[in-house]
Write a protein of this length. Structure first.
Length: 127
């Protein structure tokens, strides 16, 4: 039996990988994910790439949008949008050569975006 090529991972199967990555987080971090909307999208939107000044769509695997826990305050005005993580299927599949690499990259991307939620900058991330 041959290994399934990474591009053959359906959107549904990819979404399950994201769900599994969240389930595999250590309990304190998994608890933090309960307050974050997680979306799987095929590609990063062009306006997001332009806003972030990212040259190619393959350079953005995920995106955290929202107020980090480090910035939240009891005195914040209400009505702010809930935190949201987008995981981009296309760039991850194009980056990885094997299904195992896809699983690892999805996990690493979820952890990276969760890091932004807790207030870490890109240079402070474990991934």
């Amino acid at each position: 039996m041959t290994a399934k090529r990474r591009r053959d991972i359906s959107p549904e199967a990819f979404a399950k990988l994201v769900q599994q990555a969240i389930a595999d987080l250590p309990p304190p971090y998994a608890k933090l994910m309960e307050s974050i909307a997680v979306m799987v999208e095929e590609e990063p939107p062009q306006d997001v790439l332009e806003d972030l000044e990212i040259g190619g769509e393959d350079d953005l695997l995920g995106l955290y949008q929202g107020q980090s826990l480090a910035e939240e305050s009891f005195f914040m005005a209400g009505g702010t949008q809930p935190a949201k993580i987008s995981i981009y299927r296309g760039p991850i599949l194009r980056l990885c050569d094997t299904p195992e690499e896809v699983v690892q990259e999805v996990y690493d991307t979820v952890v990276h975006e969760l890091g932004h939620h807790v207030g870490l900058d890109d240079d402070e991330m474990p991934y």
